[in-house]
Design a protein around this ligand. Structure first.
Ligand code: AMP
Ligand code: MG
Length: 486
């Protein structure tokens, strides 16, 4: 057996999923295999790269031990409830237990139609697959909880999107693919038994400490709130915009999942939106904390019958639990910004918060690049550069002098280098991603993709030969809209 699959989700009752084999593709071609992740999963990279391995990654062969399923879920999409979504083009091959004992899903995204495909073709296009591969691996290298990319194959078919694109399949690895929408799927069907089974599965798999609590389901909900609050803070601190924070794209395990029209901020502006379908700006950069709380409120509604038999009592428990989101988020955010600014030691509360918000205000006023500005400041603090680059980025604002004076005082005792370890030099900038996709789509050239992955694998490690990758887009390179490409 090349892979020791063990499929706990497929052992849940049949109404949790549809047994669905992938639909074979005409000409599978392995473009990229993630050797480091394969090793982490205890998988043999040479087998994965062999014809049998590639057949599995393309959905052309089902290996022994795999029970391919499409999972059922519902979800609020842009605020509208859809009682049945489900994996319309993703097929879970099974689970493996990784080198550190953690159970991980292995899923093919773009593997063909399922019972949940609705009008869709069940396929994925080269562009979105490359975007997900690049951004999810960059997030992992930044230390942010995320699904991972194990491999990417071309199918030999073309798929029709805004334009014809090459067909591709991404092999995605996740702690699980259980979403807020999975709970909603059973809640709207008033299937209390399934809700309980799902919650028990999630506790055993992701939050075992909740099992010992007085009210385990409430403890589970508390843990999901904490995971979401911390995840959103991590996003904000690197300038990440998810783009489609629907409840079906919110992982119960607290990973970043379902990379669609996601992108990173260049210039700092909290109202930034890239997604071409987010016309109202619902999922703008700065809205992400309040949307996370909105999504968690939908989860609370779905879980109510688990919290207490009496509805009023259950609502009171849910409201109390939700009340923890804001302080938790605030504390994590303040601590994160303090680290980014090198405000070490005991936080000084109000004064530190003011330093943080005023720096962001300076960036906003000047339309300065978020990532590069923090990196300039980090180099300044480490003694690797003077004030010049920062002044060029932020303009000759007297407010900057005043700010710098206060910041120097507060950051003087921070170890040189501490800021360089939390403020990345390299993020997956949109214009770089688009250039890598264009080279692959138009010229079958995966060189820019490979180089971008290499740069992003060590985001804090400056390499002079990659200095260009730090730079924001020139005006003519700026990409303002990304497409879902579904
Ligand atoms: P997403 O926006 O990728 O999170 O997808 C939202 C829903 O649409 C999920 O149920 C997907 O499985 C489904 N979906 C997206 N693209 C396709 C496609 N090409 N074929 C079938 N279903 C799709
Ligand atoms: Mg989705």
């Amino acid at each position: 057996m090349p892979i020791a699959f063990d499929n706990s989700y497929a052992r849940l009752p049949e109404r949790f999923f549809a047994l669905t084999p992938p639909t074979p593709v005409p000409a599978p071609r392995l473009v990229k295999l993630n050797d480091a992740l394969a090793a982490e999963l205890g998988l043999d990279r040479d087998w994965l790269a062999s014809p049998e391995g590639v057949a599995m990654l393309a959905g052309n062969a089902i290996v022994v031990g795999s029970t391919p399923i499409a999972t059922a879920y519902a979800g609020h999409q842009f605020g509208q409830f859809v009682p049945q979504l489900g994996d319309g083009r993703a097929i879970l091959l099974g689970e493996v237990v990784d080198r550190s004992g953690v159970r991980r899903d292995i899923q093919l995204k773009g593997a063909g139609r399922t019972r949940f495909s609705r009008g869709g073709d069940g396929r994925a296009a080269l562009g979105p697959v490359m975007r997900e591969y690049i951004v999810s691996e960059a997030m992992a290298a930044l230390g942010i909880p995320t699904t991972r990319a194990l491999a990417f194959v071309l199918t030999g078919e073309s798929v029709m999107r805004e334009e014809a694109m090459r067909g591709a399949i991404l092999t995605r690895v996740a702690a699980s693919h259980i979403r807020i929408g999975t709970f909603q799927f059973f809640a709207v069907r008033q299937d209390g038994e399934a809700l309980r089974l799902l919650a028990d599965h999630v506790i055993a798999r992701h939050y075992p400490q909740a099992a010992g609590a007085a009210n385990p389901y409430l403890a589970l909900f508390d843990a999901v709130i904490a995971a979401q609050a911390e995840l959103i803070v991590r996003w904000l601190l690197v300038g990440f915009i998810h783009g489609v924070m629907n409840t079906d794209n919110a992982s119960i395990a607290g990973e970043t999942i379902d990379y669609g029209p996601c992108a990173f901020l260049d210039a700092y502006d909290p109202s930034t939106v890239f997604s071409s379908i987010d016309t109202g700006g619902r999922y703008a950069y700065g809205n992400q904390p309040s949307i996370a709380l909105w999504n968690l409120t939908r989860l609370a509604e779905a879980m109510l019958p688990l919290f207490a038999e009496d509805t009023d009592a259950a609502v009171a428990l849910a409201q109390n639990a939700l009340g923890a989101f804001a302080p938790r988020y605030r504390a994590a955010y303040d601590a994160g910004i303090a680290r980014k600014l090198g405000l070490a030691g005991e936080g000084e509360g109000e004064a530190d918060r003011a330093l943080g918000s005023e720096f962001l205000e300076l960036l906003g006023t000047q339309g300065a690049d978020f990532t590069l500005s923090f990196r300039h400041l980090s180099r300044l603090q480490a003694g690797l550069a003077g004030e010049e680059p920062l002044r060029t980025a932020l303009g000759d604002d007297p407010a900057l002098d005043e700010w710098l004076a206060r910041w120097r005082e507060r950051s003087a005792e921070t170890a040189p280098g501490a800021m360089l370890a939390v403020n990345p030099a390299y993020i997956p900038r949109n214009h770089r991603i688009e250039a890598a996709i264009a080279a692959a789509q138009e010229r079958d050239d995966f060189g820019p993709f490979a180089e971008l992955l290499a740069v992003l694998a060590q985001p804090f490690e400056e390499r002079p030969e990659f200095a260009e990758y730090e730079m924001p887009p020139k005006p003519e390179e700026r990409i303002t809209a990304t497409f879902c490409g579904t």
